[in-house]
Design a protein around this ligand. Structure first.
Ligand code: SF4
Length: 441
């Protein structure tokens, strides 16, 4: 098959990724995901005769699948309906052990890697999903922040990419021609350690707000000027004064906002499955009443029908205050971990141009929602678990990111919730992004 050459940009630790296999708490082969098999791999598996026992099982568990154009075959589950039948007792993949990584299907070989291709077929970006424990362990190692490297790669014509900026986007949205300038400016801001993570997100909001105005008014030729202006102001520390007067919400109203957010967003389903929601509710003294009606999906958002009520208990504010204080203590040392996660997701999800999420401003709202949900989960864990350390940080963040970074059906409800809650301007969002006033109890 014909190959073409691309210049790729990827995090400098990209090639250090190795699956943890049996050491992973949240093994992706036990999630019950649809595991598609591409045509080439399907044929290879079905023509395999040795080892005999494996060949028999390949024929039994890999069947032809015609319901999705991306697939040729699919892996059938049995037992609990969630665990891949090729996983051995030590949670390692038998196909990889017996045949080698080269003979895995595209789906199995790719995760947690994401590959985006850009309009001229000459530029690609490779990244790693923050929903994988092995990737989060790498984030912990990268204390100085994520660096990026450029190199050449050869790609088979017909390779399926996760996304990218294509000619269609450029035609519909001329501002997307500046995607690289905007994406790099976002990374610059997120990695600027003169500011706290919360302040960096607010500065990013200033940029996205400005860009949205330029796009709405068709003033695309001012994009470079706007980006450079903000980056220069940051270098000269001009935003510092503005940020010191940012409003802080009272602790009680901050918590009330999260109570509503978690009552309204479908991501709670997977968090519930993983037990995170139960721990969170116990630690923050949330009174909960959840009824899930699985399978009743709304048309486009695929949001499940939920009767979900969360109300603050008697001790909620004190517990939340305790969690916030412990979170601040942890972040004094580990803020770079959250920075790395945000940088990776900004890069990987192609923000602020992820097309299903909407315009630049909606992309930014989603990104803030992602941050706020992860922070609340960590605050909730820290409120109740005195021994919460690096291992727990990795495990809980990966499990939460499975619901957040992996599920586009969460992005739209989060944006819709923020808009309904009046968080449609930067001024309003700022109060939710900022830590609450911890002395306000
Ligand atoms: S989540 Fe990551 S480390 Fe865990 S099994 Fe999947 S690829 Fe391996």
């Amino acid at each position: 098959m014909e190959k073409f050459q691309v210049t790729i940009l990827k995090p400098d630790f990209y090639d250090r990724f190795h699956c943890l296999g049996g050491l992973c708490h949240d093994n992706c082969c036990t999630e019950g995901w649809k595991i598609f098999i591409d045509k080439k791999t399907y044929k290879y598996y079905h023509n395999l005769h040795q080892p005999k026992e494996l060949a028999v099982r390949l024929k039994k568990y890999i069947t032809r699948y015609k319901d999705d154009p991306r697939a040729w075959g699919i892996i059938k589950y049995d037992n609990d309906g969630k665990t891949c039948p090729f996983q051995n007792e030590e949670s390692w993949c038998e196909l990889q052990l017996s045949l080698g990584e080269k003979y895995l299907s595209n789906t199995c070989r790719e995760y947690p890697r994401t590959k985006n291709l850009f309009v001229d077929d000459k530029t690609a970006q490779y990244s790693l999903s923050s929903s994988c424990e092995a990737v989060l362990r790498l984030f912990l190692e990268e204390k100085e922040g994520i660096g990026f490297i450029e190199e050449k790669d050869e790609i088979m014509r017909g390779t399926v990419f996760s996304g990218g900026i294509d000619q269609g986007i450029l035609t519909r949205r001329p501002i997307a021609a500046h995607w690289q300038t905007i994406q790099y400016a976002g990374i610059d801001i997120l990695q600027n350690r003169q500011y706290t993570i919360e302040e960096r997100l607010i500065i990013l909001g200033l940029l996205c707000q400005k860009l949205q105005v330029l796009e709405d008014n068709n003033r695309i030729d001012e994009v470079n000027w706007a980006v450079k202006g903000l980056i220069n102001a940051l270098k000269q520390n001009n935003e510092q004064e503005l940020l010191t007067v940012l409003p802080k919400a009272k602790l009680e109203s901050h918590l009330l906002f999260y109570e509503k957010l978690f009552s309204n967003v479908a991501l709670i389903i997977t968090l519930k499955e993983k037990g995170i929601l139960k721990t969170l509710a116990t630690n923050i003294d949330w009174q909960t009443d959840w009824t899930f009606q699985q399978g009743k999906k709304e048309k486009s958002s695929a949001q499940w029908e939920i009767n979900n009520q969360i109300t603050n208990g008697e001790n909620s504010c004190q517990r939340y205050q305790k969690g916030c204080l412990r979170y601040q203590e942890m972040m004094a040392e580990k803020e770079y971990f959250i920075e790395n996660l945000l940088v990776m997701e900004w890069f990987r999800q192609l923000l602020p141009f992820e097309k299903e999420t909407g315009n630049i401003w909606h992309n930014y709202q989603w990104f803030c929602g992602l941050f706020m949900i992860i922070r609340l989960i960590l605050i909730g864990m820290l409120a109740g678990d005195e021994s919460f350390g690096e291992k727990e940080l990795v495990r809980v963040t990966a499990a939460s990111m499975r619901s957040l970074g992996h599920n586009k059906n969460v992005t739209l409800p989060v944006v819709a919730f923020l808009n309904d809650a009046g968080m449609d301007t930067l001024a309003q969002l700022t109060t939710a992004i900022n830590m609450p006033d911890l002395a306000s109890l």
